[in-house]
Design a protein. Sequence first.
Length: 118
Amino acid sequence: VQLQASGGGLVQAGGSLRLSCAASGRFFSNYYMAWFRQVPGKEREFVSGISRSGASAYYADSVKGRFTISRDNAKNTVYLQMNSLKPEDTADYYCAAKWRDVSSYQYWGQGTQVTVSS
């Protein structure tokens, strides 16, 4: 599967952005999907994940209550709605996919940059 992330940009603190990740290929609904982020010089960190059906979602404590992950399996797309953005949310955001019960994420999209100004 190939992943294409989009939707990043520059926003003021308190603002919102919605990231999208479009997947090519078949069987999208068989992939767990997630968003990660990385600041230059730091390790990539998990932001949010969603189950194959979309029924279950998981969040890092730092974004819980502010970010919402969702997916549309008919459109092969996963979203990350980011509200109440903070300067510390500034990072490159990456979408990732893993097949069914595989333990680690196998496929990665290119990053989309999010910059939150104070």
